[in-house]
Write a protein that binds this ligand. Sequence first.
Ligand SMILES: Nc1nc2c(ncn2[C@@H]2O[C@H](COP(=O)(O)OP(=O)(O)OP(=O)(O)O)[C@@H](O)[C@H]2O)c(=O)[nH]1
Ligand SMILES: [K+]
Ligand SMILES: [Mg+2]
Length: 440
Amino acid sequence: MNDETIYALSSGGLPSGVAVIRISGPQTQHVLDALCGRMPEPRFATLLPIRNRNGEALDRGLVLYFPGPASFTGEDTAELQIHGGRATVRAAFSALDAIPGLRAAEAGEFSRRAFLNGKMDLVAVEGLADLVAADTEMQRRLAAEQASGGLSRLYESWAKRLTHARAMIEAELDFADEEDVPGSVAETIWDDMRLLHQDVVNHISSAQAGEIVRDGLRVVIAGPPNAGKSSLINYLAKRDVAIVTDVPGTTRDVLHVDLDLYGFAVRLYDTAGLRDTEDLVEREGIRRTHLSLAEAHLVLLLRDRPDAEIDSVKSVYTGPVIRVGTKVDRQESAWPAGTADVMISVETGAGIPELLARIGAYLPDISAANAQALPTRKRHFDNLRVVEDNLGQAIDAAHVGLDIRAEFLRRAAHALGRIAGRVDVENLLDVIFSEFCIGK
Ligand SMILES: Nc1nc2c(ncn2[C@@H]2O[C@H](COP(=O)(O)OP(=O)(O)OP(=O)(O)O)[C@@H](O)[C@H]2O)c(=O)[nH]1
Ligand SMILES: [K+]
Ligand SMILES: [Mg+2]
């Protein structure tokens, strides 16, 4: 348990209708006594005056008290819901500062205490960070599932199966010399370990879907100069994010906008037009285009005439491509069959709904049951690969001693424990909790 009591503004920017100040730590009762003159009934909102240290009321507000361990952090916590004026909040802060043993919280410190007090494992903590940051409906759904422990429960059930298997092996190793122990108790576990291995493999294969939901589908607009790339990003962003001129080679920096498409985050990149050029700045732009292409999930390959050169994209990018014919308002004749997947115009809006629907086809299908719990971070993915690898080795190593197979299972369990934050994650904690805002 922490002996410092912390406080922070947990609601958003000021001014606001209501500001929520959260307090957590052993001094919480004392703080409420000092500020409000009495303790509210636990978990009931009570309208009370908030006083400074001279006893002057600085505001009235709803006060809530959550005695630990049945609180978010597991410690005694309180919430003051006061008026969200800057001066009011400042006055409340100085009243809190005046109480010895109290200090302002650091980013993520409430969640960190919740983790350290066993209220949430690390996966749930990450889900909570994602939930606070969620912009789209699908980000919200995935994060809510993770924050409420969906993914944690899955990993816990796997950990249990591993523990059981290891216990059976230990028993066999310990009692191997005793004549009346039946031959291979441990043999019975390998069927389940094979099933578990398959579960892990399936789960890993959904990692890209999880990553796309959380971080967005990366869609790069590429093509020759003047194809209309910047015009398209402006049209879809509904604002002038990129410079558009009729000069070929206008765009040099890669810039991006975030779109919400069917509830999914899509990050759309505008890039420098691809061509051979002596211009130093434009060449740097093209180098950056290549870097974005290497990271793309999907490329929109734009051109304003069917015979324009687009092969240079294929030399750096081999993923899915939607071929887009542009400026259809200006085209005098139809393009030869098979030269474009969709024809658009940003002047008339023609073809845009079809283009969006085609992009939508590359969004993950998380309507299915597997949407329950997807790995969302590289950290999960990396550890899952270790689980999978060691589990596979344990299963395959039938020809070696049981003690060696047990060691592979121990390593698999260890990697699983790292995901939940149960084993050696000290160095990770600062990274994870710094993602939070103050007050969470
Ligand atoms: N009529 C018509 N003109 C368009 C359309 N889209 C783009 N243009 C024009 O085409 C020219 C080039 O457009 P940009 O969006 O700058 O093309 P870009 O591909 O970004 O060009 P670079 O950045 O130089 O590679 C501009 O004059 C645009 O106004 C369209 O749908 N219809
Ligand atoms: K241009
Ligand atoms: Mg451009």
